[in-house]
Design a protein around this ligand. Structure first.
Ligand SMILES: [Zn+2]
Length: 133
């Protein structure tokens, strides 16, 4: 699945690109580059350097295979969900949840027609409530 995705985006599916892409497709918690490195290091016969992971992630972002998201200052996370969406960050656990784009897009209409919005991203911060039994 990962190699087909890479080929459809015009990226040569080298072993490290396939492994990193598959890791991101399987993880829904928006990992950082270090978390990607930690997550894939046992999946390849040769060890990956941090630089290789960073370079590979940059290649994947440029090709539109994954998205880079910054939800906290100075920290980039990677998301295989490339459909426009927003995020909810649980400030207690750090869990990040995707929120569909359409649910929030009506907010933009409050700005009025003189604003032509080209892009936006909203991050909600809060805590997940305990499930009621
Ligand atoms: Zn996301």
């Amino acid at each position: 699945m990962a190699d087909e995705l890479l080929q459809s985006r015009g990226v040569k599916p080298t072993p490290q690109r396939v492994v990193i892409t598959q890791f991101l497709l399987d993880s829904h918690d928006h990992p950082t580059a270090d978390e990607v490195l930690e997550g894939v290091k046992d999946s390849l016969p040769v060890s990956l350097s941090r630089a290789t992971v960073y370079n590979t992630l940059n290649t994947l972002v440029e090709a539109g295979v994954v998205k880079a998201v910054s939800l906290e200052p100075g920290r980039t996370r990677y998301d295989a969900n490339t459909i426009e969406h927003h995020h909810f960050v649980d400030t207690k656990t750090g869990k990040i949840i995707d929120i569909p784009w359409e649910k929030v897009s009506q907010l933009c209409q409050t700005l009025g027609p003189e604003y032509k919005i080209q892009d936006y991203q909203i991050t909600f911060f809060g805590e997940l409530a305990e499930p009621t039994p």
